[in-house]
Design a protein around this ligand. Structure first.
Ligand SMILES: [Zn+2]
Length: 69
């Protein structure tokens, strides 16, 4: 996918635990940060979360894990 930068995927730790994809059990992810603009935040009912988010994209199945803040 051209959406993703051509970088080596990394392992990610959240709250002291290694992040593992629930879909394919892969533990390598591409990381991206995204600015949640007002329209997107409103669409998702997340007006309170109108700020930047971090997402980790599974390098195998491209399932996206979102983390706010
Ligand atoms: Zn996956």
């Amino acid at each position: 996918m051209s959406l993703f930068q051509k970088k080596e995927p990394i392992t990610v730790e959240v709250k002291g635990k290694e992040l593992v994809c629930p879909i394919c059990s892969n533990n390598y992810f591409w990381t991206r940060s995204a600015q949640l603009n007002t329209s997107a935040a409103t669409f998702f009912g997340l007006d309170w979360a109108n700020r930047s988010a971090t997402c980790f994209v599974c390098s195998e199945c491209t399932h996206i894990h979102w983390f706010l803040g």
